[in-house]
Design a protein around this ligand. Structure first.
Ligand code: SF4
Length: 879
């Protein structure tokens, strides 16, 4: 008997709807795109398609722990409340903090914020969304008077000119990207401009790619405003009727940025390309500018985003179909966090902490006289305060700051020094969890109920379809239980997420009367059954507009005191740091296609780890040549803050002198690959968002005398002094290693001494190769290949071979030598199609994406690999 339930993907800010089918008899779960969800209309990317692979109790934290001992929830909650109360009594309310996450559901977020800002009386609650979109929040508030994303995904399809800046959407927001691809196919005249120092997969769709100098985006958009003014392409009527401070901003902009030659030089692009972009922008009323981390993660990000908003306001391109600026968020519920005041400088329901009327309103609504009166510490400042002892208790929920915050080694020191670290997570081992005094087993995706809000303000339900394993509990419940123990039970007597949502919705409408953008008052009286069946809806949803709102500012009225949008003089600034002789490479960081954040979930899917299995640094071929390194070679990437060891990938889309590393790998998956240990904690002064995109580093080859691939049924101790990268595949621990002193055969066998009763081995001392198979009771228990360079083994063959019990040891060992296999890079994760197979198909005459799909099936499921197929076709055509 199969049961189906609709829910929402827990990964990126696209917020795709999923339909989950569970079969009780076979205990199987399958996940498809929800055909009716407005964000994805049935599509899913490769991460969403692999969601069912990530379910299960393996690696889960199932029982609370206090000081390394398993305890009951009662004891764990008592301990938290006691330690919090003691800290507050001794050092005051600002000595405690919550660090939360865009992975939380809105209901979890709401009660966490209510407890800290409403009853403890401190605003020391901040969220990892600080690292991803707080810049956009600050820019929106400065220009619009509110944190409002004006447009919707449909605008991206309706645009005649789509400007994508600072976003590799093809990999980071794949389903929205696929919607754009489909729109451009249907309307080939639609133009796409991609602004990015790297030529990414997204740039494959571009009519114009501007590979600007890293960090120069502010100059580009300031110059655009000057050009629009000089060409009389501005909408004077709109400016007069709906904005203020135009003249101040325009004069300053004209004075510094009206020479396109100088702007082009600043941005490192040709003046022809610059003017092509400017002319297209001038001539296209239906323009959408999508911006993301390339803009946000900068020491002057708020001004960069402000420069984008200035251009849209100057042309009146906002609040109209196909015409809007559009900040796309990284996390599934970054927007929900903004709604409930998850940032340290906000109050709930988009109210302001420095507004006494808002504090008064909130105090009356919550029945509290302890509303926080001043902003709390933003993420980086919060961990500084932990380091120097101003904060002595921190509760970290659903996030891994030891990997994701800048200067990550300093964050480690801060948590080691903190009196009490509580970590709530659904997995049992993360870099941060290892430092927890109190560990709380949180319910995970599929086990908890609530709502999330995606990048286009669409509120969707996340629904449970699995029982909570062990003693896992939802975060909202744990927070309310602690609140009760602190004496605030009257305000935290919620018995369900539905009850919390009703209060959240009622607060948004309380004394609102159209003064605040966030109003979902129409949902304040939902009965439990109505909450359970709530269909996706875009806020605002005031009582007068139950169907929700696709576009904001349609009438040109904004949420500033006088209803006018505000131009801001945004003098561009160069990148906060520069390369020098010791650190000649400018390092950029970001996501890859098949992984999510710190891999706690996607790292469990063997399918997702096949696309890119090891941490890497991407370099241009010219830089590889000057460094004397080759593809796949191990290198050290380092600066005064830290060091990573990763493999080199050649990427000719990289501008020479720049490098790229992914954000995902961490101490649970690799020996030294936490890229944020290299990134300095330099933040935008307004938003507090760190500048992750421009870090000067040095790169040098790493000498290794041997490299090995190990498979083991039993977990292996991870070596301290060698390079390693681990993953799990089909029940095997897979470990890639490299080191300086070649281990002997005897030392290697010692690793499995208690596991293995029979060995088969080939030791080619002369060639330096060792191949080893260990058996116990006729079953393969371990397998190893060691040689000078990374062993060339077809992993698919290997996994099949070790699973076949009838294969005898000698055959398996010989097979290891004989196998050539296809080890070329995997392109299509869904259908397991590798580069070599695709190159053969292209050579046979399959020279379009469609033809390749028909021949090999690549790109025919989720479509996430289509940009890579296009790249391959281009490269093959050139060759
Ligand atoms: Fe999930 Fe992919 Fe949709 Fe993002 S685009 S929400 S990762 S399925």
């Amino acid at each position: 008997m199969t049961a189906c339930i609709n829910s929402t993907c827990p990964y990126c800010g696209v917020g795709c709807g999923v339909t989950v089918s569970t079969n009780a008899a076979t205990e199987s779960v399958s996940v498809q795109g929800d055909q009716l969800h407005p964000a994805n209309q049935g599509r899913l990317c490769v991460k969403g398609s692999a969601l069912a692979d990530t379910i299960g109790v393996n690696s889960r934290l199932l029982q609370p722990q206090v000081d390394s001992e398993e305890v009951s929830w009662v004891k764990a909650l008592d301990s938290i409340a006691t330690r919090m109360r003691k800290t507050i009594d001794e050092y005051g309310p600002d000595s405690v903090a919550f660090y939360v996450s865009g992975q939380l559901l809105t209901e979890d977020y709401y009660v966490a914020n209510k407890l800290m800002k409403g009853f403890i009386g401190s605003a020391n609650i901040d969220t990892n969304s600080r690292l991803c979109m707080s810049t956009a929040v600050a820019a929106h508030k400065r220009a619009f008077g509110s944190d409002t994303v004006p447009g919707c995904y449909e605008d991206l399809e309706l645009a005649d000119l789509l400007v994508i800046t600072g976003s590799n959407m093809a990999w980071t927001h794949p389903v929205v990207y696929q919607r754009i691809v489909a729109a451009k196919k249907a309307r080939p005249n639609m133009r796409v401009v991609v602004i990015d120092p790297r030529r990414t997969a997204t740039a494959e769709l571009a009519d114009l790619h501007l590979a600007i100098t890293p960090g120069s985006d502010g100059y580009l958009f300031d110059g655009l405003l000057a050009w629009l003014i000089s060409q009389r392409a501005i909408d004077s009527r709109y400016i007069l009727a709906h904005t203020e401070e135009y003249l101040t901003a325009a004069r300053a902009c004209l004075a510094r940025s009206s020479d396109p030659l100088a702007v082009a030089a600043r941005c490192g692009i040709s003046v022809d390309d610059l003017l092509t972009f400017y002319r297209w922008y001038c001539d296209t009323p239906r323009t959408v500018t999508v911006f993301s981390q390339g803009i946000n993660q900068s020491a002057s990000g708020v001004d960069k985003a402000g420069a984008i908003l200035n251009c849209h306001l100057a042309c009146g391109r906002i609040g109209k179909p196909g015409a809007t600026p559009f900040s796309i968020t990284g996390q599934p519920n970054a927007m929900g966090g903004r709604e409930v005041g998850g940032l340290a400088n906000q109050l709930a329901a988009h109210m302001d902490i420095d507004n006494p009327q808002h504090r008064d309103l909130l105090g009356r609504f919550w029945g509290s006289e302890s509303i926080a009166e001043k902003p709390g510490l933003k993420a980086v400042d919060m961990f500084d305060a932990i380091a120097d002892g101003r904060i002595r208790f921190v509760w970290i929920m659903a996030t891994n700051p030891l990997v994701s915050l800048p200067d990550a080694n300093r964050v480690r020191k801060a948590l080691v020094a903190c009196d009490c670290v509580v970590v709530s997570d659904c997995v049992d081992d993360t870099d941060t969890m290892r430092l927890a005094d109190i560990k709380l087993p949180a319910a995970g995706w599929g086990e908890k109920d609530g709502t999330v809000t995606n990048s286009e303000r669409c509120i969707s339900r996340q629904r449970a379809f699995l029982p909570q394993p062990g003693n896992a509990r939802p975060d909202w419940w744990a927070i309310c239980e602690v609140a009760k123990r602190l004496g605030f039970g009257h305000a935290f007597n919620f018995d369900s997420p539905a009850a919390i949502f009703r209060e959240h919705a009622a607060l948004s409408a309380f004394e609102n009367k159209g003064r605040r953008d966030f109003d979902i008052g129409a949902l304040a009286r939902l009965k439990d059954a109505e909450y359970n069946s709530l269909a996706p809806v875009q806020w605002p949803v005031p009582s007068s507009r139950r169907q929700g709102t696709a576009r904001m500012f349609v009438d040109g009225r904004f949420f500033t005191a006088n209803g006018r949008a505000c131009f801001v003089d945004v003098a561009p600034k160069p990148a906060a740091q520069r390369c020098d002789a010791q650190h000649p490479f400018m390092l950029n960081t970001g996501r890859i296609r098949d992984q999510w954040h710190t891999m706690t979930r996607t790292g469990r899917s063997a399918r997702l780890l096949q696309h890119i299995a090891e941490p890497f640094v991407e370099l241009h071929e010219a830089d590889m040549h000057s460094l004397g390194v080759s593809e796949d070679q191990l290198v050290r990437v380092h600066n005064s803050l830290g060091e990573c060891v990763v493999r080199v990938r050649r990427q000719d889309g990289q501008t020479p002198g720049t490098a790229f590393m992914p954000i995902h790998w961490n101490d649970c998956f690799a020996s030294a690959a936490r890229v944020d240990s290299l990134v300095a904690a330099i933040c935008d002064p307004i938003s507090g968002q760190p500048a992750f995109k421009q870090t000067p580093v040095a790169i040098s080859p790493l000498r290794s005398d041997w490299q090995a691939l190990l498979l083991s049924r039993a977990p292996l101790p991870l070596p301290k002094n060698h390079y390693w990268c681990r993953r799990e595949q089909s029940g095997w621990q897979m470990l890639l290693m490299a080191g300086a002193r070649r281990p002997s055969l005897a030392e290697l066998k010692q690793l499995w001494a208690s596991e293995v009763d029979t060995w088969a081995e080939l030791d080619d001392e002369e060639g330096g190769d060792i191949r080893l198979v260990g058996y116990a009771g006729g079953e393969v228990r371990c397998w190893l290949s060691l040689s000078l360079n990374r062993p060339e083994v077809d992993e698919s063959w290997l996994l099949t071979a070790v699973a076949e019990a009838e294969l005898n040891a000698r055959e398996l060992a010989r097979g290891m030598l004989a196998t050539g296999g296809d080890r070329s890079p995997l392109i299509c994760s869904c259908h397991q199609v590798r580069t070599a197979r695709l190159q053969t198909a292209i050579a046979e005459g399959h020279c379009t994406v469609e033809a390749l799909g028909a021949c090999t099936r690549a790109g025919t499921n989720c479509g996430s690999c289509i940009p890579e197929l296009k790249q391959l076709l281009v490269v093959s055509a050139v060759a």
